[in-house]
Design a protein around this ligand. Structure first.
Ligand code: ZN
Length: 159
C-alpha cells in the first residue's frame, strides 16, 4: 500500500471493523500512521476511563436543568433594593435632604390631596345646595353600605 489510509480507516482498524492485512501492515510500517493509531487509541482509552469512573449523581440532570433554566427577573426586589440604596446614599451624602423630603415633600403631597378636597367642595358650592346635599347623601349611603358589609364580615367571623 503506497498511500496512507485516512484517519477514519485507522479508527476502523482500532475498533476492529477494518481487518485488511494491507492496512494493518502499512500502519505497523509507516511512522506517521503508527503515530495516528497511537493518538487515537490514547483518546479511546481516555474516553473509556471517563466513561467507567465518572458516575453522575441521580439528580444531576434535574439540578442542571433547574440551574440552566431562566429564572424570572425579580424586578420588584431589584426596584426595592435600588430605592433603598438611593435612599441610604442620599441620607449618607446629605442627611438634611431626607429630613427636607419628609417634611416638605410629604406635606406637599398631603396638601395636594387637601387641595383637591377643597376644590371639590367649592365646585359643589357653586353648583348649589341641591348637589351638595345629593353628594353628602350619597357619601352617607355609601358609608352605611360599607359598615353593613363590615358587620356581615364580622358576623361571619363570630359564627
Ligand atoms: Zn502511512
Amino acid at each position: 500500500m503506497d498511500q496512507c489510509p485516512d484517519v477514519l480507516t485507522i479508527q476502523a482498524v482500532l475498533d476492529g471493523e477494518e481487518k485488511s492485512e494491507k492496512v494493518n501492515r502499512h500502519i505497523q510500517n509507516c511512522l506517521s500512521c503508527r503515530q495516528v493509531y497511537r493518538d487515537l487509541s490514547g483518546l479511546v482509552s481516555a474516553a473509556d476511563r471517563l466513561g467507567s469512573e465518572a458516575v453522575l449523581p441521580d439528580q444531576f440532570y434535574k439540578t442542571l436543568t433547574a440551574r440552566v433554566a431562566a429564572k424570572p427577573f425579580p424586578a420588584g426586589l431589584v426596584a426595592a433594593v435600588m430605592f433603598l440604596f438611593t435612599f441610604l446614599s442620599a441620607y449618607l451624602l446629605e442627611p438634611g435632604y431626607i429630613q427636607w423630603w419628609l417634611s416638605v415633600g410629604m406635606t406637599g403631597q398631603i396638601s395636594y390631596v387637601l387641595d383637591i378636597f377643597f376644590d371639590v367642595l367649592f365646585m359643589l358650592q357653586t353648583l348649589g345646595p341641591f348637589w351638595l346635599i345629593i353628594t353628602l347623601t350619597t357619601l352617607v349611603v355609601f358609608e352605611v353600605l360599607i359598615l353593613n358589609k363590615l358587620k356581615v364580615v364580622e358576623g361571619l367571623n363570630d359564627g
